[in-house]
Structure formats: C-alpha cells, structure tokens
Design a protein around this ligand. Structure first.
Ligand SMILES: [Fe+2]
Length: 402
C-alpha cells in the first residue's frame, strides 16, 4: 500500500515511490526520488532541503505470510478487538441481497449444468457472482445469514453451494479478510461440491444409508471437483485447494489426505465450517433441518475433532446464538423472527414479533432486545428457537418489509 507521510515520519529502510499520476506534482515540498532511504543523515538532509512530504510503499503486513498464518493472525486479532462496522439498514439491504441470491442461484445452476455437459465454466460469471455476494456481506452480513435459511429454492445442490459461499464470505468478512480474499472464498464456496456432478446421481440423491462402496465413491467428490476445475488456469490455487480439501478435519480423521490442524489450508477450513452449518440446517432427503442454534451447539461439540476450537467459537460469535432468519419464542409466549444480531450481545438480537403464543399472526412489531424492552414488569427475552413449520415461506416477507 502506498501512503503519503510527513518527512518527520520518514525512516531509513522505507521505500520512496514516485506516483504515475501527475495530480500530486503541485504538492509543495514533495520529495519524489524513488528508492530506499539509506540513513538517518539522508532524512536529515531532505528535511534541511525543505522537503515536507513523501509517498512511501508501506510494508504489507500480509506479505510473506502463508494463508494459514494469515488466517491465524486474523482470528487472533478478531478475538482481541471485535470491530464495530457501520451497516446498511436491514430492510433495504435485504432487498438487494434477495436480488443477488436469485441471480447467484441461476449462476450455480449454470456452473453445475456446464460441468455435467463437459462445457467450460463461465469463469467471469462466477467471479461476478462471488463479488456480488461479497457486496451483500459488506452492506449487511445478516441479510445473507437470513437468506441462507429462508430462501425459497428447493434444489439442495444449487442452494447449498450458494449458501456455503454466503456463510463463508460472512465469516471471512467478520474476521477482516480483504475484498480480494473474500471473492476467492466465495468462489471456493460456490465450487466446493462441484465434483458431485461426477458421482452417480443415484448415490448423491439416495434417501438411505450408503453402502460402503457407495460411500467410498461419494468420498471421491473433492478430488473429482479438483480435476474438473484445475484445467481452468484462471481459478486461483487457493480455491482449488479448498475444493480438494474441504472434508479434512482438525483431528486428522477427514479425507482425502487425513491432514490435521494447520496442515489444512485456511480456505478449506472456512469452507468446512460453512458446509457443515448449512448441511445441518437444511432439509435433506434423509432427515429434517436442525434449528440454527442447535446446529451451532452440535458444531461446538465437534471442536478439536472436526474444527479448530478457536475457529468454531469465532464462527458462532459471527452468526450469533440466534442467527438472522431464526424463528424464536419469547418469554411472553409470542414468536418473533431474528432480523439482526447485536455485536457483543449475542442473546439479544433485533427481532420482529409476528405470531402470538398459539402461532397466529399478529400485528408485527420491531424490538431491539439489547434495549431491555419490557412487557409489563418482565424484560423480553428469547426462550428458545422454534421450528417455523408452515410459516417458513412467509417469514421472508416479514424480513423485507419496512
Ligand atoms: Fe463436500
């Protein structure tokens, strides 16, 4: 990164750069001879000559770090200082995310169909889709968390790939990844199960326990995905590695290589978190969806087996104890949908109360539980997550209405 600094901040070892833009040439007393500052005497001489400012190439903190060291650094920084970020208002952001989700779903369908037909993937369309998902996460990440649970697309294959991209990007944004990293992470999410197109679809969609032979075939899908994608020189190696290694586990019991802990690439670890969260909270042909807070509890129980303990803790903090899109029951008996999490107060999100205790619709009202809102003498609290059942389809409308 290039930064303009005062000559008083200039130190030996810094690299002075000359910008190609001429707009700075009028700047008074700008020292612009490119090169490394060699000594304190040189700095003193420049000051004496009347120079006041200089453009320098700042040392890139990320340079020289492996992806795994970078992830560790982001995670420990996030633990130390949770950043508060300004977000776009939920209803407006939700409308934009809904549009993105719909086009992302079409893109996912095209990617899968192209793979099945042996056609070359439209790489730029995939990058544009990942980039649009990143925009949504920056605008308001809760909208993606919400839509990943409430979107109305039924086909698990496409929905899952977009949900994993969305959840992974939300987590990456939470820990402070750069935009470029987030787009690659989104790509990895979209592509992670592409290899399932090379597995017999009777095995992929079998609504019963797989035989050992079928299971062995199913376990080849990361390698199949890697083979499908590696011929495309545009796809970054970290995306390919995430596809190939997203079923590795922290304790070494995963596949295909039985890698452990830091041996597993950073992107693969994040995709694994998003993949398992979405799989647990989705309806599958062999079982019903698990409620989001229960799924996070199950995942927490898998720490040190499937996941790095610190990473799963941070993942839960990122999504909140009651993730956006959850139906919850209050201590009054009424039901509400969770709209936005309150950073730092995971038990007290912003909610919209929509159903009475007999689950009949009531006039919607917004409550920020962090404000300590009372009903009579009792402060409102969430008691538990509830199964939205027949209301699932209509919850989305409560989320987009102002
Ligand atoms: Fe997979």
């Amino acid at each position: 990164m290039i930064k303009k600094i005062s000559i008083d901040e200039l130190e030996p070892g810094m690299e002075v750069v000359k910008l190609s833009s001429e707009m700075w040439e009028h700047l008074p007393h700008l020292y612009a001879e490119p090169g490394i500052i060699e000594s304190g005497e040189q700095v003193a001489r420049l000051k004496a000559e009347g120079y006041r400012q200089v453009f320098v190439q700042m040392k890139d903190e990320n340079r020289g770090l492996t992806d795994e060291q970078r992830l560790d650094q982001l995670i420990s920084n996030r633990e130390a200082a949770p950043a508060h970020k300004e977000r776009a208002p939920f209803p407006q952001a939700m409308k934009a995310t809904r549009v993105t989700y719909e086009s992302a779903m079409s893109c996912a369908m095209r990617i899968v169909n192209d793979a099945k037909l042996g056609r070359k993937m439209d790489y730029q369309a995939a990058v544009d889709t990942a980039s649009a998902i990143v925009d949504c996460a920056i605008r308001n990440p809760d909208t993606l968390v919400c839509l990943s649970k409430l979107s109305e697309f039924d086909d698990y294959t496409y929905t899952h790939s977009i949900n994993v991209a969305a959840i992974a990007v939300v987590f990456g944004e939470y820990i402070g990844m750069t935009r470029e990293e987030l787009v690659d992470l989104g790509m990895a999410g979209m592509m992670h199960d592409l290899g399932k197109t090379s597995v017999d679809q009777n095995i992929v969609n079998k609504p019963a326990k797989l035989t050992p032979e079928e299971f062995a075939e199913m376990r080849k899908h990361p390698a199949y995905g890697f083979v499908l994608l590696k011929s495309n020189p545009d796809i970054p190696s970290k995306v390919l590695e995430a596809v190939r290694l997203h079923h590795e586990k922290y304790n070494g019991s995963g596949y295909p290589s039985g890698l452990t802990r830091r041996e597993i690439p950073a992107f693969a670890r994040i995709i694994c978190l998003a993949d398992i969260y979405d799989a647990l909270t989705s309806n599958r042909c062999y079982r019903d969806a698990i409620l989001p807070n229960k799924a996070l509890g199950i995942m927490y129980g898998m720490r040190e087996q499937e996941f790095d303990p610190l990473e799963i803790q941070l993942f839960i903090k990122c999504l909140g104890i009651f993730p956006s899109g959850s139906l919850v029951q209050l201590n009054t008996g009424d039901y509400a949908v969770v709209r936005e999490s309150n950073p730092g107060k995971p038990l007290s999100p912003k909610i919209r109360v929509i159903l009475n205790k007999t689950m009949h619709p009531i006039r919607a009202r917004d409550v920020n539980l962090a404000d300590g809102v009372k009903s009579g003498d009792t402060e409102l609290e969430i008691i538990e997550c509830a199964d939205p059942g027949v209301y699932k389809k209509s919850l989305i409308n409560y989320m987009t209405a102002n």
